[in-house]
Design a protein around this ligand. Sequence first.
Ligand code: UGA
Ligand code: MN
Length: 243
Amino acid sequence: PPLYIITPTYRRPEQLAELTRLGYTLKHISNLFWLVIEDAEKPTTLVTKLLQKINVPFSHLVAQMPEKFRKNKVKPRGVSNRNRGLEWIRANASDGVLYFADDDNTYDLDIFDEMRYTKKVSMWPVGLITKYGVSSPIVRNGTISGFYDGWIGGRKFPVDMAGFAVNVNFLISRPNASMPYKPGYEEDGFLKSLSPLNLTEIELMASNCTQILVWHTQSKKNPNAMALDMTKYNNTNLVELKQ
Ligand code: UGA
Ligand code: MN
């Protein structure tokens, strides 16, 4: 079955570096389709060029964060993009598995082999997240007995975006499933929108959640780089760019 990888991304100095690292990771995986969805008005030319160069089968889409959320202090990051990805899958896919892979995380190739056989929803641990250092289902006798996460926040599914995958036919059987514009509750809201979905039905990956195959890494921002739009770099303009 095909894998559909939904990657939200947005313009910033680190963008091309993040997409380079993720793209060459995905290149090792066969039968994979990469949905790269920019939070932007129109596609960034250098992103399109990079995707063509990496040569993983892809679709480059845009889905801008609605205006009303853009001025919020805590923004619903990547939500418009992921919902656009879900819409694309509903219109174009008929089997397989979908996974939300943020552009800045780190992925062991084994997780893609495991998630590919998801029948409904699968879950596994995510490393380097919150003060606990890991977020994971707690497994007792082969099923979920709870969740270990630095912030439970009253959620039914206190998991990170990188910690679950969904079968495409299961998604299609839930025509109203989507992600809410609710910071902190995106994963929980989306998983709840797939209901009915019992905790006992969730398939546990990464050897019953004993292995960490995905890390919530974050690139350190270089505040000075913010002044220079790296997507405009071409060397011939360095004299103009120099202040
Ligand atoms: C954490 C979670 O790991 C995310 O899955 C979740 O979406 C996010 O929190 C949230 O709830 O806001 P975090 O590392 O804090 O992620 O967030 P980012 O990596 O900055 O953003 C998540 C994704 O959205 C990235 O792929 C990023 O490129 C994209 N994004 C971010 C946008 O498309 N637009 C933005 O304005 C910001
Ligand atoms: Mn991130």
